[in-house]
Design a protein around this ligand. Structure first.
Ligand SMILES: [Zn+2]
Length: 196
């Protein structure tokens, strides 16, 4: 059971991990808290955006769409490895997922296959959207993968979580494929090493 860290601690933690952070507008107060609860938090979720162009990607993740209002995550990790903070609090990134997966994340056990959409993920996960077309061909620059590793590790470090608290959207919600182009197992291994 963990309360979300303050926006200030979130920012400080990312910087302490060595990340280049860009604060976008009034990110600390841009959220969906009026639509539902935020917290307790149990993990970190990684996504790809299916977009091209950093500026456009950041704007989209901050504003969202007509039928899916932003913020669509907390931080956008662009191909240059920068983390753009677009919101803080409840964000529209995780949607409904599998309660068995959430239980595994909480107890930091191996993940079961996700086959249900019965649990509000926006309440329980920090979210990072990563700039990539998600077609399996668009490359993931080393500096971007390193930023994903650092951002997830910063949150785990604050909460005392292991790498098992970091999952991909595809491990949460049936039908999702993100992130595509690297495996979450490989990313968790990197986070494990970093947290040592
Ligand atoms: Zn996603």
């Amino acid at each position: 059971m963990a309360s979300p860290m303050s926006a200030g601690k979130f920012l400080a933690g990312l910087k302490a991990e060595g990340l280049t952070v860009v604060e976008v507008g009034d990110w600390e107060h841009h959220n969906r808290n009026h639509k539902g609860p935020w917290g307790p938090v149990h993990g970190v979720m990684i996504h790809h955006t299916v977009t091209k162009g950093s500026e456009r990607t950041v704007t989209l993740c901050r504003d969202g769409y007509a039928d899916l209002p932003g913020p669509l995550c907390h931080g956008v990790i662009t191909k240059d490895g920068r983390v753009h903070l677009v919101g803080y609090g409840r964000a529209n990134h995780a949607g409904l997922g599998d309660d068995d997966v959430l239980r595994a994340v909480i107890s930091e056990k191996a993940l079961p296959h996700d086959n249900e959409t019965n649990t509000d993920g926006n309440r329980h996960f920090y979210g990072f959207e990563c700039e990539n077309l998600g077609d399996g061909k668009d490359p993931w620059p080393a500096v971007q993968l390193e930023a994903i590793e650092k951002a997830a590790a910063a949150i785990c470090r604050h909460h005392g979580w292991t790498e098992r608290s970091v999952i991909g959207h595809l491990e949460w919600q049936p039908g999702k494929v993100d992130p595509r182009g690297f495996t979450m197992a490989s990313m968790r291994e990197r986070i494990r090493e970093r947290l040592k």
